[in-house]
Design a protein around this ligand. Structure first.
Ligand SMILES: [Zn+2]
Length: 372
């Protein structure tokens, strides 16, 4: 998977408690990108807490008159508690929302939340990290790059431990199920399981990663807040290891101004400030009521991705020009550009750098814990 990793929860992660440990089990909300999950299809041998017996096959969950209902072999069960737990009894189960289907290990807690189905996968930490490593990398990424990815995935997991179910998209980190537990991802996770990045104070570091920085990384605190950090060590790393990435070169698109205004609710008119890598920090926009306002470059980039499509500006290093009719957007890289550059890490691994050197390069102030 190639990933625009755009973590929204930077402020949240700063507020998390200082003690972090890897949980034994991880809770992940599946089909997070589907805002209207109305049915859930489960295939494969399983048991449910309502029947207690093992079933060979196909089961559908849906909502009927505000009640959680399942249908299996023509038998319809109303789950009066509003909750059903499904366990695979013969390996990973195939789950589908009617559109995407993926295989997952562990058990599934199905409930109704705000009028729609909600399914949480409860899976052991090692399987979760292995799947994240596979979901967040390309099949040809080398072992040492995958080890670095596994340490980062563990650090992200440890910091979110105790703060509820994670999502399955790149908003935190992508988790696409057991089919992404590729052999090399498994080998990497097995080799470094239990290791994480610590900050100078000895706590699990707030780490970020992205696909392609295209020249250098940006400091996460500056970029997510859109403000320069005074008196704080800024983590900005020069990187030309990612030149092989298809996102390294500048990508330009032309969109009618009217369409930009209609979709975003504003028109970006000028970059007011930018960081050392020319990632915009503050942007002046013209709002629908004709007034101007300042919005952080990161917020504008997220809005462009959400409303105009993530391929419009794959990278957070972007700028634009306006003619009377058209908005012309230029961007390079892919993802937000903070922390580890995944394509850079892959090249470093091919140049015989081990995962500890890769992590030290992108996170010079952090230390990877000792092998267990
Ligand atoms: Zn890079």
């Amino acid at each position: 998977m190639f990933l625009l990793v755009f973590t929204l929860s930077f402020a949240l992660s700063l507020a998390l408690p200082a003690a972090h440990a890897l949980p034994a089990e991880v809770h992940v909300s599946l089909f997070q990108a589907n805002n209207n999950l109305s049915k859930l299809i489960i295939d494969g041998p399983h048991s449910t807490d309502s029947s207690g017996t093992s079933s060979g096959g196909h089961c559908e969950f849906f909502i009927d008159k505000n009640a959680l209902v399942s249908k299996e072999r023509q038998a319809v069960v109303r789950h009066f508690s509003g909750r059903c737990v499904v366990r695979g009894t013969g390996g990973p189960l195939l789950l589908s929302d009617g559109n995407k289907q993926r295989r997952y290990r562990g058990r599934f807690v199905i409930t109704i939340e705000r009028g729609r189905l909600h399914v949480v996968n409860v899976v052991d930490s090692k399987s979760y990290i292995t799947s994240v490593v596979g979901s967040e990398s390309l099949p040809d990424f080398p072992l040492e790059a995958l080890k670095a990815q596994a340490v980062l995935a563990s650090s992200v997991l440890a910091r979110h431990s105790g703060s509820g179910a994670l999502g399955d998209t790149t908003e935190i980190q992508a988790y696409l199920g057991s089919e992404y537990e590729r052999p090399l991802a498994k080998q990497a996770t097995d080799a470094v399981f239990g290791q994480e990045l610590k900050n100078k104070n000895g706590f699990t570091a707030a780490v970020y990663y992205h696909s392609t920085c295209a020249g250098g990384t940006s400091d996460a605190r500056q970029m997510f807040s859109g403000k320069a950090q005074k008196g704080v060590a800024v983590n900005q790393i020069k990187c030309d290891y990612c030149q092989a990435s298809p996102f390294f070169k500048t990508h330009s698109v032309t969109i009618p101004v009217a369409q930009v205004k209609a979709k975003l609710g504003f028109l970006p008119i000028a970059v007011e400030s930018e960081d050392w890598q020319k990632r915009p920090m503050q942007i002046k926009v013209l709002k629908a009521d004709g007034r101007s306002a300042q919005i952080s470059g990161y917020e504008v980039w997220l809005k462009i991705g959400q409303k105009l499509g993530w391929d419009t500006a794959p990278g957070m290093r972007y700028n634009f020009e306006n003619s009377k009719k058209n908005f012309i957007l230029h961007s390079s890289g892919a993802g937000h550009g903070s922390g580890l550059c995944q394509w850079g890490a892959a090249t470093m691994a091919r140049k015989e750098k081990n995962y500890r050197l890769i992590l030290k390069y992108y996170f010079p102030d952090c230390t990877c814990t000792a092998a267990q």
